[in-house]
Design a protein around this ligand. Structure first.
Ligand code: IMP
Length: 197
């Protein structure tokens, strides 16, 4: 039987990628847009845990949230937790400009998925991928910084990959695979909590 989990997010690209991974584990997602409270913090983990608890309080059912970001070495980890704001403001060209002439183009994407089974039991699944910021914008698939991020060992940006290839390397793919494995062994934890309500 397919397990349906709630996913609190406004980002449909995240949902597509998460579902692509979780469907293989017999899990489907139902997206809801709750006004989750995002604290300001330098830790994605802290942000995700806080958001999962506040999303749970809004629906009183097991729910997941995901927080992610791009961390650029030469910029001391910027934009990190501020990736969404930086994407909307200076965008891809702004990042390329900041790295103009910079030889160290190392970067990493991180994703933290937090599953709130109830207010106190919050499980965290993390994934990351190391790579480089390209010298130009390439590809139109995916979202956000995909067209300027090349995972290590690849010659294409995420923006040039289809969803299967991107999720096989990506931070999100890894974090949601961890969640899928955990749920394979702990399905009851989510079902029992859901039934009790
Ligand atoms: P948040 O998790 O909603 O705070 O947003 C994270 C931001 O990081 C997104 O809006 C994107 O700009 C960026 N980001 C996170 N994951 C990805 C990805 O897989 N590809 C491209 N950009 C990403």
């Amino acid at each position: 039987m397919t397990l349906e989990l709630l996913f609190a997010t406004n980002n449909l690209n995240k949902v597509r990628e998460a579902e692509f991974v979780l469907n293989k584990f017999g899990i489907s997602l139902k997206t809801i847009t709750v006004s989750k409270i995002e604290i300001q913090s330098n830790s994605l983990r802290e942000i995700a845990i806080y958001a999962a608890r506040s999303a749970y309080r809004a629906v009183r059912r097991p729910i997941i949230v995901e927080d992610s970001g791009l961390f650029i070495d030469a910029l001391n980890g910027f934009p990190g937790p501020y990736s969404s704001y930086v994407y909307k403001t200076i965008g891809l060209n702004g990042i390329l400009k900041l790295l103009d002439g910079v030889l160290n183009r190392k970067a990493r994407f991180e994703a933290v998925v937090a599953l709130a089974v109830n207010e106190n039991d919050i499980y965290v699944f993390e994934g990351y991928v190391e790579g480089y910021i390209s010298s130009e914008i390439k590809g139109s698939s995916g979202f956000g910084f995909d067209p300027i991020f090349i995972p290590i060992g690849c010659s294409e940006t995420f923006g040039e990959m289809d969803i299967a290839k991107k999720t096989s390397y990506s931070h999100r793919g890894r974090a949601f695979r961890e969640l899928g494995i955990w749920l394979t062994n702990n399905r009851d934890k989510v079902l029992i909590q859901d039934k009790a309500l």
